[in-house]
Design a protein around this ligand. Structure first.
Ligand SMILES: Nc1ncnc2c1ncn2[C@@H]1O[C@H](COP(=O)(O)OP(=O)(O)OP(=O)(O)O)[C@@H](O)[C@H]1O
Length: 257
């Protein structure tokens, strides 16, 4: 469904993405991980051209997104949902107005947009708060509205750029649960950049590990995190083992276990 070929991006003298190759099959949930600055966000943003690639192709349904003109790109973006790290909601608009806005701007009638926005807010468990303004919502609720805004277009592909990174740790879970549900029901093909290891282990069909702008390893979570073939994979394995051992001993020490 999505095939990224030879993708390259340089900022000044810094090579952020270096001839990256990556494919995602229909319905798959692929999680991209790797150290800070390895080019994850730049890659995901080049797919819908929030960042223009210097070279390479992004084939989606046999169309090269990098070669689309403005009108073609606008049409294509309706098929590709994008969830940002920052929620980017408009503070003077209610939750449902935020979700409706893109639909109405895309030419849909208010009635049609309202119906789709309501359904999308229902999918993220926000039907009780449709009239609240962003300032009245928690960070987790705001991000769920951000997810509904993408879902309202019924996208075939959803791109997630660190969707929990701006959240208080106590609110991360509610967003991960929504993402897990979407992955479970294959609501869309999902390409997710995240540092949430538990989500990657539990929900991803496939993990892609990046280092220095390129893919260094790809495989099932059970392969990549258990028998890693790359340096980055071994670092994640050690991190997971450390987290498991410290949580187990802490729980035992606190007599919770
Ligand atoms: N607009 C820009 N101008 C200059 N350098 C940039 C720009 N955007 C990203 N970079 C640099 O490109 C490299 C890759 O950045 P990117 O944000 O893609 O990394 P990342 O893997 O998503 O990191 P993180 O996990 O910290 O978000 C980094 O060295 C970053 O500083």
């Amino acid at each position: 469904m999505l095939s990224i070929q030879n993708l390259y991006k340089q900022f000044g003298s810094l090579v952020a993405v270096n001839n990256l190759e990556l494919s995602v099959a229909p319905g798959e949930t692929v999680v991209i991980m790797g150290p800070s600055g390895c080019g994850k966000s730049t890659t995901i943003r080049m797919i819908n051209r929030l960042i223009e690639p210097d070279q390479g192709a992004v084939m989606f349904d046999n169309v090269d997104i990098t070669r689309l003109d403005d009108a073609g790109l606008r049409t294509m973006r309706k098929r590709i949902g994008y969830v940002f790290q920052q929620f980017n909601l408009i503070s003077r608009l209610s939750a449902i107005e935020n979700v409706m806005l893109g639909l109405v701007m895309g030419g849909q009638s208010k009635e049609e947009a309202y119906g789709k926005a309501l359904a999308a807010l229902g999918k993220v468990g926000m039907e009780q708060a449709i009239d609240q303004k962003p300032g009245q919502l928690s960070g987790g609720q705001q991000q769920r509205v951000g997810i509904a805004r993408a879902l309202a277009f019924e996208p075939e592909l959803m791109l997630w750029d660190e969707p929990t990174a701006s959240l208080d740790p106590m609110l991360v879970r509610e967003v991960l649960i929504v993402m897990e549900e979407l992955a479970k029901y294959r609501a869309a093909t999902m390409l997710v950049v995240t540092h949430e290891i538990a989500f990657a282990l539990h929900v991803a069909d496939r993990i892609v590990l990046m280092e220095k702008g390129a893919v260094v390893e790809t495989g099932l979570p059970s392969q990549v995190f258990v028998e890693p073939a790359s340096r980055v994979g071994r670092q994640y394995k050690e991190l997971i083992e450390y987290q498991l051992s410290t949580s187990a001993s802490t729980l035992a020490g606190k007599r919770i276990a």
